[in-house]
Design a protein around this ligand. Sequence first.
Ligand SMILES: [Zn+2]
Ligand SMILES: [Zn+2]
Length: 205
Amino acid sequence: MTTRIDCCSAPASAGPVNAWIVGDEEEVIVIDPGSDTAGLLEAVGDREVLAVICTHGHAAHVAAALEVAERDEAPVALHPKDRSLWREAHPGEDADIEMEDGGVFEVADVRLEVIYAPGHTPGSVCLYCEDLGAVFTGHVMLADGPAPEDGEYPDFAEQLNAIGEYLLTLPADTRVLPGHGQETTIAMAEKQFDSWVAAGPVRGG
Ligand SMILES: [Zn+2]
Ligand SMILES: [Zn+2]
């Protein structure tokens, strides 16, 4: 299998955003483009962008979505429940694909499955790639727990529930590739989960 995953981190006010590029020598899918269009397209190189997938609508993650997609006329995918958040970054524009739970994207020789995981935002999703043993978690879960937004949790209970129900049920050795910071694994997250529950929505971020 020649399909690989590259991370392209770009500075943002809340810390570098991890943009993920999944693909082979011919074609890629971009997950959470962030705000650095030039840096991202440089990392993509002359490979064709098949789609730009947004794990959620927060501006730091979707800022470059339209510009990155434009080069190869690729569609942008977003869960419809994050449309109003998306419009704060892109007034008057809409994404092309409305993602739903169980939806599938194909790139090179792998599949990315949409896992609807609301809580951080109403339309948060994760992308699970069984073929590569990886899940892209956006802001649903970082290596050190559920991700806050500006230090607060819009719906901590629902976010924790999504982690427990939809992420910790994946194979233990699955790589967790989050929207910020270091990667982790489902096994590592499982060990920490009780402490996240006990800490409650008080951690700053
Ligand atoms: Zn966010
Ligand atoms: Zn973020």
